[in-house]
Design a protein around this ligand. Structure first.
Ligand code: CP
Length: 304
């Protein structure tokens, strides 16, 4: 079956179809009755082995808006907390003969494992620091909504790149759609290997990263993934790399501000930038529902 695990085998045409179809889904979400029968009779399993607010709720709503039944599995409230393995947990879930799996897990490759094992379409909802493809799709969609196209756009992504599956998925996706990506952060949070990706450059200089950018994305400092020693101090980080009005002064006039969430306010992003007129952070959340409807439709109903 088709999966969305990362963007390795995805052509720009197929990616463009997902974005185009999200336009239709947004129209559905604008109606008083926000429900279509597209996935009637199908069951989607929302399998979250790691915490989430946006991704879990938007996938659940996306599936319900298209009339699918949703089985929500939250590891924290399950027998995983008693030591049950991923494999044994999957055996339980597959016994219910659901039609698709949405998987978030703290281990890179977990969604691939489910894809191999389940024989059903799998959508990666974030695996460790490896990939978070629907987040990158909603980011691309939000930028396209603003500028009409990604072609020739410069996208600056600042922060904890090392631990960020959002940065990796955007670095993979946005150049396929014609954009140029600049990843920026302190050297300790900026893996040099990412510079080998086509259309991606790295810099430790935030002004250089943001100069002429059409979109500026701040990434959360993932302190829960830092085993220590990555940062001098949080104040030093904020003084140099915080996305705020001063740094935004270097970007294209009217450049949009993005953050995948959850935010550490006044650390990687100032409240002024997060809540200001250039911010599209809540638009990202709104678009997330439409993108996830589009992805579910594409994998479960569309012909690939
Ligand atoms: N951006 C994102 O994945 O947020 P959640 O962890 O809340 O789903």
């Amino acid at each position: 079956p088709p999966h969305l695990l990362d963007f390795q085998d995805w052509t720009p045409e197929r990616l463009g179809a997902i974005l185009d179809n999200a336009d239709t889904m947004l129209q559905v979400l604008d109606r008083p009755v926000k429900k279509v029968p597209a996935l009637q009779g199908l069951t989607v399993c929302n399998a979250f082995f790691e915490n989430s607010t946006r991704t879990r709720t938007s996938f659940e709503l996306a599936a319900r808006r298209m009339s699918a039944d949703v089985l929500t599995f939250a590891a924290g409230a399950s027998s995983v907390s008693k030591g049950e393995s991923l494999r044994d947990t999957l055996e339980v879930l597959t016994s219910y003969k659901v039609d698709a799996y949405i998987v978030r897990h703290h281990a890179a490759g977990a969604a691939h494992l489910v894809a191999r094992y389940s024989g059903k379409p799998v959508i990666n909802a974030g695996d460790g620091r490896r990939a978070h493809p629907t987040q990158a799709l909603l980011d691309a969609y939000t930028i396209r909504q603003e500028y009409g196209s990604l072609e020739g756009k410069k996208i600056a992504i600042l922060g904890d790149v090392r631990h960020s599956r959002v940065a990796r998925s955007n670095a993979e996706l946005l150049p396929k759609l014609g954009a140029q990506v600049v990843l920026c952060g302190p050297a300790t949070l900026l893996p040099p290997g990412l510079a080998q990706m086509p259309g991606v450059t790295l810099t430790t200089n935030p002004k250089e990263a943001v100069r002429g950018a059409h979109a500026v994305m701040a990434l959360r400092l993932q302190r829960e993934r830092m085993s220590g020693g990555f940062l001098g101090s949080l104040q030093e980080y904020a003084d140099t790399y915080q996305v705020n009005d001063t740094l935004l002064g270097e970007a294209e006039s009217g450049a949009i501000v993005l953050h995948p969430g959850p935010m550490n306010r006044d650390l990687e992003i100032s409240s002024d930038a997060a809540d200001g007129p250039q911010s599209r952070i809540l638009k990202q959340v709104e678009n997330g529902q439409a993108i996830r409807m589009s992805v579910l439709y594409h994998l479960l109903v569309g012909r690939n």
